[in-house]
Write a protein that binds this ligand. Structure first.
Ligand code: C2E
Ligand code: CA
Ligand code: CA
Ligand code: CA
Length: 279
């Protein structure tokens, strides 16, 4: 028994070493990927269900790995959050998204606001606002076309400090959406003081509507909360006609999800925008 314990230990030790090595490898791969521009942005359309028009796009990172092909964010973003590499990634993605906005604008396309995800680490970094204002100023574009998606949990960690940062973002003309709303235990007293424009209902509440009575109640509550606070509302992860009809009936018209479109590479998104612009 003693022996097998030792073997188990050695097994775990070996596993740990392997994992540590894997992380070192991944870290090096990501740094290389940043340098070689292997990260790209896909864009997922947000649609006004009443008329089918595009009201916005969300920029979502993809890693086009030279050997492994397309890698989704869930396979590397959590790691980047852990190591701090996310600071570089978010900076890269912001610039990437703005440059794409400028290109589409030059082609005369209309697509509403483009939203970019901002990680917790990024918001908390001491030079965040300086970096943000430097980026938007040096690229010379209309900040009214930019929206930042910030996780509810992040905002509520230190609401007072968030209010300060959010005000500075708004002063740059950039709007703010609270991402994954319903998962971050918002304090209602703070919610009304927050300088934000929009809340996005998390996909976890959308999956089982209109069947699940609890989720129906939650979604209805979030929609009326938004209305009463004068905030815009959008739902993410909408896949079915049933979910869509329920949301529209409850007064949530802005819809993001596979029902209308998956996140698309630039060219396909451009074709999508053109087809919708033609009406
Ligand atoms: P998120 O911000 O909640 O983004 C929505 C995710 O839901 C996206 O996954 C999108 O592809 C997926 N989605 C959209 N509609 C549907 C649907 O109808 N059904 C289902 N099943 N899924 C849907 P994705 O692109 O894999 O991104 C995952 C997460 O990675 C994002 O969740 C976000 O937290 C993070 N992420 C993506 N890009 C960035 C980035 O540039 N910076 C940072 N910090 N995080 C990012
Ligand atoms: Ca998001
Ligand atoms: Ca989300
Ligand atoms: Ca989500």
């Amino acid at each position: 028994a003693k022996d097998s314990g030792k073997n188990t230990y050695q097994f775990y030790e070996k596993k740990m070493t392997e994992m540590a090595l894997q992380k070192i490898q991944l870290d090096a791969d990501i740094r290389k990927a940043l340098k070689n521009r292997e990260f790209v942005s896909y864009f997922q359309p947000k649609i006004d269900a009443r008329n089918g028009k595009i009201v916005g796009l969300e920029a979502l990172i993809r890693w086009i790995h030279p050997q492994k092909g397309l890698i989704n964010p869930n396979d590397f973003i959590p790691f980047c959050e852990e190591t701090g590499l996310i600071l570089e990634i978010d900076k890269y993605m912001l610039t990437h998204a703005i440059k794409q906005i400028l290109k589409w604008q030059q082609k005369g396309l209309e697509f509403g606001k483009v939203s970019v995800n901002v990680s917790t680490k990024k918001i908390e970094s001491s030079n965040y606002i300086e970096e943000l204002s430097y980026t938007v100023e040096s690229l010379q574009f209309d900040t009214a076309l930019l929206e930042l998606e910030i996780l509810e949990g992040q905002i509520m960690k230190d609401p007072q400090k968030s209010i300060d940062i959010l005000n500075k973002i708004q002063n740059l003309g950039i709007s703010v959406s609270i991402d994954d709303f319903g998962t971050g235990y918002s304090s209602l007293s703070y919610l009304k003081k927050l300088p934000v424009n929009k809340i996005k209902i998390d996909r976890s509440f959308i999956i089982d509507v209109p069947k699940n009575k609890d989720d129906v109640a939650i979604v209805k509550t979030i929609i009326s909360l938004a209305k009463n606070l004068g905030l815009q509302i959008i739902a993410e992860g909408v896949e079915t006609k049933e979910q869509l009809d329920f949301l529209v009936q409850e007064g949530c018209y802005d819809i993001q999800g596979y029902y209308f479109s998956k996140p698309l590479p630039v060219d396909e998104c451009e074709a999508f925008i053109i087809s919708k612009n033609r009406g």
